[in-house]
Ligand binder design. Sequence first.
Ligand code: PRP
Ligand code: URA
Length: 209
Amino acid sequence: MSNLVVCDHPLIQHKLTFIRDKDTKTKDFRELVDEVATLMAYEITRDMPLDTITVETPVATAQSKVLSGRMLGIVPILRAGLGMVDGILKLIPAAKVGHIGLSRDHETLQPTEYYMNLPTDATERLLIVVDPMLATGGSANAAIGSLKKRGCTQIKLMVLIASPEGVRAVQEAHPDVDIYAAAVDERLNELGYIIPGLGDAGDRMFGTK
Ligand code: PRP
Ligand code: URA
């Protein structure tokens, strides 16, 4: 069973409150999502391997740590996942970015893939799939399934808000994929929205409603 890591750092929880607030305007919403993505990137990279190197300080020789060069890829699920990319790149500027376009049908709640573009060496990278919302889990599962079909094997999922149903769906379909969430909310409503959630992440990110 994959791990669920709830990133309950006070800074993340504080910012998430204003992301949820319906009166938060598009510009502030975008900035807050960007900031939370940076803070969550700190948590998701916690187990990155390190090498020890020798470095000369002004007064002595030190054995000190550097990242061992594990290659990363960030894969936003379009549209809303795009809003989390820059925040992660601030901490991991060498990461490459792939894109998966998925659209969830408002009635059936089934996702349709309309775009896929990955770095050529994606199969060698640890891929972080990002999307603000994990609702039914259909989109995340389709994205992860699509990556696996293309030979990618090291995958993590980063979301802002998950529903219990979405977490269960990903854990069942992809038990090897660890899930990082800033919050796990109460439930889905009859329209497939996370309650209390934040509404429609894509619309709030891009001001389309
Ligand atoms: C939203 C959200 C997720 C998906 C979550 O995207 O950003 O991708 O729904 O729902 P699920 O877990 O039930 O699949 P949407 O399909 O509305 O597209 P958008 O980002 O273009 O608005
Ligand atoms: N997609 C969203 O953007 N919000 C939800 O609450 C569920 C799916």
